[in-house]
Design a binder for this molecule. Structure first.
Ligand SMILES: [Zn+2]
Length: 530
């Protein structure tokens, strides 16, 4: 199939639908309100809350620089602080500034720094501060101490920008509800504020989209949201609707979409080109699972398992938000995003177990369980993305319960068809604080997916090692000569939040992907594979 055949006319987009939410008072917009809190470099000046990260070994003498240092010394003198603990007090100034002190090991991990920042933000949020100040104190003056102080301040800033962002809500705000509008950091702090702000904005966009109710972010709504974002950020967009996908032979995707009431599903293909340069093949293809609501299909989920399934599009939100962040950073990377957007519902046309479908690359699949829809839509999306011959393919999907059983929601799983990329994938997790763990990708697992009637089984009936088998299944749709990594997003949601994010929807993956692409330079590593 030629590229021209899957091109369809641009979607007709007018404006974000302002749907009635029932009570007719506040309605939800598809996209978050523009603009976050102001970040200012300043010394002094009163703030509502002052958050200070310090090493657990800080001596009372090292608190001299803090306002009302005697108060702090008292606080420290009473009991030695433990790493990870938080103490609060009020300053005697006009605003009665809430002071929140957090303690760390000097060699704390990025995750530990973010988690402390999250706890400190939670303490501060109880007071509803509008202005907050961030600082560090008591770190040794050597290079290790300076690096630790800088990393701690970066974590506090990430926490503040996350805390300042309000998730979608139709609730009437209470009179005393306030949001952070100003974040003050030390004038001489060696932080890349642009990177920090863009990275946080990406995480927040992924959180927003993932948290939207499924009647607002339905297929039409998502397509509208993606189109608006594409226009705003100068990305080219092609919408592959069901007709185009039929021509492309994307029957695995269409099997899942068959349960929808009307043909509204599709794959959004977005392109970012640095300096608007034309390239034959992109450096990077980001692929995301965008199941807007997963009922499980004919193999219907029970109540508790279905409840939060509006978040099953989290992978697509991560791919989208990462591409936008790359564009905002003007990253020197020609990147595409491919978002597989549909619901997984029951209905007269819904696909059934034992159907055999042929995916876009010709591989036939024996359907076993309709709730394994993620790998079905990804199969075709990976196959279509591969036709553009990217140097690296990276997909994000809330794919398997098995990954959650293996790692809990604290980390996500990664798989790659190039073992040499594993150290880079792991290091990006350590450095970004969005931690991942690798799983085996050995070919002998394939014998579990042997089918008598098709090239491959969709999954097994048992569910043993399903995260590994799902990755092996997906590899059937990625050409062997294209380096590929798959992130099973077990951390997309976690009760009580994760790291610096204090809401159940974490936006996990954007910070990770930016670290991998911009800092660990995964594309250079890919080059060296040859
Ligand atoms: Zn499912």
């Amino acid at each position: 199939m030629s590229r021209a055949m899957i091109r369809v006319s641009p979607p007709m987009v007018k404006q974000a639908p302002q749907r009635s939410t029932g009570r007719g008072r506040r309605s939800l917009t598809l996209l978050p309100p523009a603009g976050g809190p102001q970040i200012v470099r300043a010394r002094g000046g009163e703030v509502d809350a002052l958050l200070i990260a310090m090493p657990e070994t800080a001596t009372p003498a090292s608190l001299r620089e803090l306002p009302e240092s005697l108060r702090w010394r008292d606080l420290l003198a009473r009991e030695r602080p433990r790493a990870g603990s938080v103490r609060t007090t009020s300053l005697a100034n006009r605003r009665q500034t809430l002071a929140v002190l957090g303690f760390l090991k000097t060699d704390a991990s990025s995750f530990e720094r973010l988690a402390l920042a999250g706890r400190m933000m939670k303490e501060a949020a109880a007071r509803g501060p509008r202005t907050i100040g961030l600082a560090t104190a008591g770190f040794p003056a050597d290079s290790r101490g300076r690096a630790a102080a800088q990393a701690s301040l970066e974590a506090l800033l990430a926490g503040a920008l996350t805390q300042a962002f309000a998730l979608p809500s139709c609730r009437e705000p209470s009179a005393e509800e306030r949001h952070i509008t100003r974040v003050q950091i030390p004038a001489d702090a060696p932080l890349d504020l642009q990177y920090a702000a863009i990275s946080a904005e990406g995480t927040n966009l992924a959180r927003w989209l993932t948290a939207l109710p499924p009647n607002i972010l339905d297929s039409r709504g998502y397509r509208t949201a993606v189109s608006q974002l594409a226009r705003r950020h100068g990305l080219q967009m092609t919408w592959l609707g069901e007709q185009a996908l039929r021509r492309a032979g994307a029957n695995a995707f269409l099997a899942v979409a068959a349960g929808n009431e009307s043909p509204v599903a599709g794959i959004a293909h977005l392109r970012y080109r640095p300096g608007r340069r034309r390239v034959a093949s992109p450096d990077l293809a980001l692929i995301g699972k965008g199941i807007l609501f997963d009922t499980g299909g004919v193999n219907l989920k029970p109540h508790r398992s279905m409840l939060d399934m509006h978040t099953d599009m989290g992978g697509s939100a991560v791919a989208l938000a990462t591409l936008i962040a790359l564009a905002q950073l003007r990253a020197p990377v020609a990147a595409d995003a491919w978002l597989a957007i549909t619901e997984n519902r029951i209905g007269p046309q819904a696909y059934r177990p034992q159907e055999v479908v042929r995916a876009a690359n010709g591989v036939t699949i024996q359907v076993i369980h309709t709730d394994a829809e993620g790998r079905m839509v990804l199969a075709d999306t990976l196959a279509l993305a591969a036709r553009t011959r990217p140097r690296l393919m990276l997909d994000f999907a809330t794919l398997t319960g098995a990954c959650v059983y293996s790692l809990t929601e604290r980390m996500s799983g990664v798989f790659t068809n190039r073992p040499k990329l594993a150290p880079f994938l792991l290091e990006a997790g350590r450095q970004s604080g969005e931690r991942v763990w690798t799983f085996p990708f050995d070919a002998d697992f394939d014998s579990d997916l042997e089918s008598k009637v098709a090239d491959v089984l969709q999954c097994t009936t048992e569910g043993k090692g399903d995260h590994i088998l799902a990755a092996r299944f997906l590899s059937r749709f990625v050409p062997e000569d294209i380096p590929w990594a798959h992130v099973d997003l077990s951390s997309a949601t976690r009760s009580g939040g994760l790291g610096h994010v204090n809401t159940d929807v974490t936006g996990f993956g954007v910070r990770y992907a930016l670290q991998l692409i911009m800092k660990e330079d995964i594309l250079r590593a890919v080059e060296h594979l040859k």
